[in-house]
Design a protein around this ligand. Sequence first.
Ligand code: NCD
Length: 314
Amino acid sequence: MRPRMTDPNRSLLTLRGLDAGTLTSLLDRTESLLPVVRGVAQLPRTDSGAVVGLLFLENSTRTRCSFETAVHRLGHQPVVLTGQGSSVGKGESLSDTAANIAAMGMQALVVRTPLSGGAALVARVTGVPTINAGDGRHEHPTQGLLDASTLRSHLGSLKGKRILIVGDILNSRVARSNIHALTTLGATVVLVGPPPLVPWVFAECAPQIEVAHDLDAVLETADAIMMLRIQLERSAGKSVASDYRAAFGMTSTRASRLPEGVPVLHPGPINRGVELDDEVAADLARCLVLEQVARGVSARMAVLERGLVPALST
Ligand code: NCD
């Protein structure tokens, strides 16, 4: 079956190259849909008849459940396929899996895969609007949007703000999507971590990117700090010394050096006692992880709307 041609603007495969206007309108829509997520507003009841295929071929808690919630909230139906229990376990390829699910008549696909570039492959093979829910080390665009939304709600405009991203930058799709979004919105991003996980070459990529290997030296320059998990499943553990927490963790002592309005973010799952101390995670005025999760649903609603509305009206 030949894939149908689809408008590339209905897919979201990367935040790279999205201009500030497009990002801002997605963030504005994320904000306006947030009351629906919080249960204080409702969208008109609709059953759109659209079916969205969620292909989650790598472990996920937040991203999968929030995409599923977003699909329901918009009045569409989700069909969820996870790696475990599917024919992926029999060796079926990503493109065959996606082509078969698309042939069931999906109006959009959401893809999480260990394969960097896998979401673009699915879009190409199926011709169906495709949203990247994390592809290997490459990108996690909806995480970038929900993080930018959380930061914007706490800091106002991101122009001129210094955002520290701390941890395993090399293997992090979250870092990559955030770098694109935050620099496009005018922030400076400081990438912090041990040299094997934060090579100097990142600083060569753009004038708004800095690299630091000493967290304590840059801690107090931050307007916000995003902590990342070491991606053990991508072999990052081999590059990490046993004193990682002492050097790069957000310990209670470090958090106490931050001015009151400087938030700490984390995409989850948190390794407590490694990148975040329990006391920091429990300080909900400082640590915005649950705010990020709430905004994750409305950000995904905004992205799904963009992917689905033209499909439904034609
Ligand atoms: C992130 C991911 O899967 O890339 N988690 C998430 O989507 N909330 C970060 C991580 O797993 O460390």
